[in-house]
Design a protein around this ligand. Structure first.
Ligand code: FAD
Length: 383
């Protein structure tokens, strides 16, 4: 199989950044990328602030598959799903029946939106946005409409709430949490964000879930767990994402919350690797851009013959809610410290401390300016 190309499944930020990093160190080895989408190269984080940036979906790609094919000196197979992987014979099978051999295989297959079971005759109309095609459908559905119900007050739900409310949509956000973005923010910080988004016009239905969605004369009627009803023209679900492990699992690769890989991004099979939203690296599933960029650089070196471990520095995430600028670096799950929260003049500074050591922070409003200094005090995520 030594003449066979390296195959990357997926042309999201993980797949394309890996290909770009690889081409910096190896311009000869055959490279094939396979994607079930159209292979456009775009920055997914822009999907939740494109309205504010006055970008239409077609403005977002930085290159189509043809441009990427030329830039990367690679074959890019678009709108084809990899249906199975044979790790023994080092082959992948495509939906169209084609079989391709690989010398090394990389799974960069991302994550899938999680769906919550709901009753009603309109559950099939609930939208999710996890790629450009989804976003096109969302923007088409928004045309001429006024109100959007967002299910899920997490990071992505809040970013969309800000983007939509700032563009004059009536926004209702529904979710079981006590305050927004409860997986990353302590309650007081979440409440500060809630207040800022409320000032922008966002309505909240927290500590409630959606039990049913039905068609109504004016659009959709959502019935909440306490019996209250909400009308909306468009319903967006932003409940969360789960690593896409189905293909890897069917191929016999070890999977847990993600496709299990070691610090070399290697799966349980030889010559098969994974990175990005689909990967669980040393027990960590981190569905953000910075970890996948670190992984892409390390894996590119490994694929070119220089075995390289991935390291993660502290990687604060900017939450794109201009109503209240927010940056968060959450402590690791097993941390035993406590939040120390201070309201600043126009913001919030929350430090997660354990025995005087800073293990995480949330900075909001004017406190965001302290990000560079505080980031230096944080431990590496993977040293
Ligand atoms: C709205 C939104 C806003 C975000 N904002 C931020 C932010 O501000 N900061 C931040 O750090 N992160 C943000 N994120 C997360 C970040 O965008 C992701 O971590 C990152 O884009 C994941 O890239 P990926 O390549 O791993 O996965 P994906 O982009 O999901 O790519 C997966 C690829 O695999 C392909 N694929 C899957 N299965 C198959 C198959 N069987 N056969 C062929 N192809 C297949 C897909 O077609 C796709 O090309 C945001 C995410 C969303 C949804």
């Amino acid at each position: 199989m030594s003449d066979a190309p390296i195959i990357i499944i997926g042309t999201g930020l993980a797949g394309y950044n890996l290909a770009r990093e690889f081409r910096k160190v190896d311009d000869k080895t055959g490279l094939v990328l396979i994607t079930q989408d159209d292979g456009a190269f775009y920055s997914k984080p822009m999907l939740s602030n494109a309205l504010a940036k006055q970008k239409a979906p077609d403005d977002l790609p930085m290159g189509d598959a043809t441009k990427m094919q030329n830039d990367l000196n690679a074959r890019i197979i678009t709108r084809q799903q990899v249906s199975s992987i044979d790790t023994q014979n080092q082959q992948v099978a495509l939906d169209n029946g084609e079989q391709l051999g690989f010398s090394k295989l990389v799974l960069a297959v991302g994550a899938n939106p999680f769906q919550f079971p709901m009753e009603g005759d309109a559950t099939g109309d609930v939208l999710t946005v996890n790629n450009l095609d989804d976003y096109r459908a969302f923007r088409t559905k928004l045309e001429g409409k006024k109100s959007v119900a967002i299910i899920g007050p997490g990071l992505i739900g809040c970013e969309f709430a800000n983007d939509l409310a700032a563009n004059d949509y009536q926004v209702n956000v529904i979710g079981p949490d006590e305050a927004p973005i409860s997986t990353l923010l302590p309650t007081a910080a979440g409440q500060a964000l809630q207040a800022a988004l409320t000032a922008l016009g966002v309505n909240w239905h927290l500590q409630k879930t959606v039990s049913a969605i039905n068609n109504s004369d004016s659009g959709y009627e959502l019935t909440l767990s306490d019996g209250q009803t909400i009308q909306a023209d468009v319903v967006l679900s932003a409940i969360g994402l789960r690593a896409n492990i189905a293909l890897a699992k069917a191929a016999g690769l070890e999977c847990n919350r993600g496709i299990v890989v070691d610090r070399h991004l290697k799966t349980s099979a030889d010559n098969v690797y994974a990175l990005g939203d689909c990967a669980e690296v040393s027990g960590l599933v981190l569905p953000f851009v910075m970890p996948l960029m670190q992984s892409a650089r390390a894996l590119a070196a490994t694929l070119s013959g220089k075995l390289t471990q991935v390291s993660y520095p502290a990687m604060p995430v900017m939450i794109k809610t201009p109503a209240l600028a927010t940056v968060v670096s959450p402590p690791e799950q097993a941390a035993q410290g406590e939040w120390q929260i201070e309201k600043t003049e126009q913001g919030v500074k929350a430090l997660y401390l354990q025995d005087e050591s800073l293990l995480g922070f949330v900075l909001m409003g004017d406190a965001v300016s302290e990000k560079p200094v505080l980031t230096k005090r944080l431990p590496a995520v993977l040293a």
